[in-house]
Design a protein around this ligand. Structure first.
Ligand code: NAD
Ligand code: ZN
Length: 369
């Protein structure tokens, strides 16, 4: 058994209009920054962040993110950051922007500031990035010596993002306890590089409890673009609890299967990270021994949040067994997280994919009308 390891960001700030105070927190870290955001996010939050920094006499080199967390993009922005002598790298936006900012910060040996503008993934708090090819195929995890120094999440901005993004974050967070408990059961290693702690286990478990309690109300709050206690709870579950819970609690099959899906061409590429993870979680549940009640508890929540539960929902109804074998082979490649909890082959994974799909189809039939 490895040593117990728990890692986390140095500071996490969450609240309505939290961005208005970002200058005072960044000031403690440095005065020369690069701010990275994509075109949409520059308008939603990027310019406001720069404005707040200016009020504290902090300079900001503004960079337009191209959309993929790839080696090319990381190198391009690192170059800009180096030329501007920045000591603080600030990523504003969704998971891919944040992962790119972490990589750039690592390259320039700077402080990392993460400003998520949606609660769509648990990327904000971790000391790793998920790196893709320029075409969006999963390439691997890149690990860093430290977690972000500061995470600032403004729940008013999150409430203004599409409800589909919040639902995706809920799906990413719902995978956390399912995966962590499977790793804990066999004493596997976590993304923090050791075995799990009681702390990470408690956080992952609380994450799931919070989701089943408040996910619906939070989803409806976002439809009304309103910040509510339910939304605050879900933003914390999706971001902080899921982030700490997955990283120090353990990833297993759900995320390995998600990574496998990125190897396929076609409409599945239009699904969000969380949506692919939702289906991956159902596949992991199908690989384990659960009662129908337990499996339907998850399907019910996904369906009520508009999340995909069948192969058709993720645009794979035409996929052949050979196509799914490609997904399963990628999911069981050496070093994938599935091996931290399961002793199985690619063929077992394909069977579980078909089973998960069938379970959800049966559920939908039962609940039609
Ligand atoms: N490093 C980690 O620990 C970790 C964990 C989970 C996921 N990830 C990675 O995160 C990525 C997925 O992130 P994602 O689902 O956020 O998608 P994304 O980063 O691909 O896209 C987010 C989209 O949402 C838009 N957006 C952001 N905020 C908005 C707002 N308030 N209103 C309207 N639009 C807004 C952006 O312009 C962008 O188009 C994947 O690459 C995944 O591998 C990493
Ligand atoms: Zn994830």
């Amino acid at each position: 058994m490895s040593e117990r390891i728990f890692i986390s960001p140095a500071k996490y700030v969450q609240g309505k209009n939290a961005i208005k105070n970002i200058g005072q927190y960044v000031k403690d870290l440095g005065e020369q920054t690069v701010v990275i955001a994509d075109e949409t996010v520059w308008d939603i939050a990027g310019h406001d962040v720069v404005e707040q920094l200016k009020q504290e006499n902090i300079t900001a080199e503004e960079v337009l993110f191209n959309g993929e967390a790839s080696k090319t993009e990381i190198e391009r922005i690192t170059d800009t950051a180096n030329k501007a002598n920045v000591t603080v790298v600030i990523g504003v936006g969704g998971g891919k922007t944040l992962d790119t900012a972490k990589a750039v910060s690592d390259e320039v040996n700077g402080y990392t500031v993460i400003v998520p503008t949606t609660a769509s993934t648990d990327a904000p708090t971790s000391a790793l990035s998920v790196v893709y090819s320029d075409k969006g195929v999963f390439e691997g995890y890149r690990f860093y010596k430290k977690n972000p120094d500061l995470v600032v999440i403004d729940t008013k901005i999150v409430a203004g993002a599409p409800p589909r993004f919040l639902a995706s974050g809920i799906a990413d967070a719902l995978a956390t306890w399912v995966e962590a408990r499977s790793v804990i059961k066999v004493g596997g290693d976590t993304m923090a590089g050791g075995s799990t702690t009681i702390a990470a286990q408690a956080i992952a478990e609380k994450c799931e409890e919070t989701l089943f309690q408040y996910a619906h109300l939070a989803y409806e709050s976002v439809k009304a673009k309103s910040v509510t206690p339910a939304l605050e709870s879900i933003v914390e579950a999706n971001t902080l609890l899921s982030g700490l819970g997955f990283e120090s609690g353990g990833l297993a099959a759900a995320h390995a299967i998600h990574n496998g899906f990125t190897a396929l061409k076609g409409d599945i590429h239009h699904m969000t990270h969380g949506e692919k993870v939702a289906f991956g979680t159902l596949v992991q549940l199908a690989l384990e021994k659960h009662s129908i009640d337990e499996i339907e508890r998850y399907i019910t929540l996904y369906v009520s949040l508009g999340l995909p539960v069948t192969l058709e929902d993720i645009h794979l109804n035409d996929a052949s067994r050979d196509d799914l074998m490609k997904v399963a082979e990628a999911a069981t490649t050496e070093g994938e997280t599935i091996h931290q909890a399961f002793n199985i082959t690619a063929d077992d994974v394909v069977d579980a994919i078909y089973a998960a799909d069938q379970y959800a189809q049966a559920y939908k039939k039962k609940h039609a009308n």
